[in-house]
Design a protein around this ligand. Sequence first.
Ligand SMILES: [Cu+2]
Length: 288
Amino acid sequence: MNPSFFRGLSLKAMAGAFAALSAFGTFASPALAQGHGRPGQLGMLEPVTAIASDMHDFHNLLLVVITVISVFVLALLIYVMLRFNEKANPNPSRTTHSTALEVAWTIVPVLILVVIAIPSFRLLTHQLVLPAADVTIKVTGKQWYWSYDYPKDQGDFGFDQIMKGEKDLKPGDLRLLSVDNEAVVPVNKVVRLQVTAGDVIHSFTIPSFGVRIDAVPGRLNETWFKAEREGLYYGQCSKICGKDHAYMPVAIRVGSDQQYQAWLAEAKKKFAAVPPSNEFADNAAARQ
Ligand SMILES: [Cu+2]
């Protein structure tokens, strides 16, 4: 499905109209855009891909739906307590069936679920149908770090990404998030991620991209993202994988084409001595 069609539909308008209702509004101001959380921050990290912003719109739509339902049920409960308690209503009605009411309380929830299902399945399709990729990267989760492999057309090298310890932190670094080797990708390009694991199940997650996919030993999972803004984006392993689960952050820098090419040239030399830890899987084979 055409992504602009996907984004253009009324979901955004509906969610936007009700965003004021959202106590955890995700419409952060652009000045606060960054790929990691701030102290005291409410809500989610600012999205930098179409999928991530669609996810936030969907979240806001659901927030409206559940708020309206909860308020409605609460109002009904209060009304019943006040209007039909023993004192106010000493002679209760003997009614046991109301066809109209029963039809209504079946149809209305079905319609609500349909309203939720349409954008939900559209979003899932958008995530699961991979567009033609400009860059493919393989990511391998290990206890307790990530390895990246860039295939032949990108220079044929691989490296490990390990969290910086407290004593290695420099000014500007983030505790528990900064790493020794950031992975770099180009802005506004479709990046296909092939994700697997070398030991136990991990989960590769970058909230700003709307990306979260399990890294499973012996299985190659695929996902994609197209980051629309340059910056340094962080994530963390999101599947309990062992004692250092909390210490295997993900750090991906989105740069311009020139920055990406410059980094590739440098990385090719820097990581030449380190042979790729995993053979790059053939994509066609992986899809079968
Ligand atoms: Cu992990």
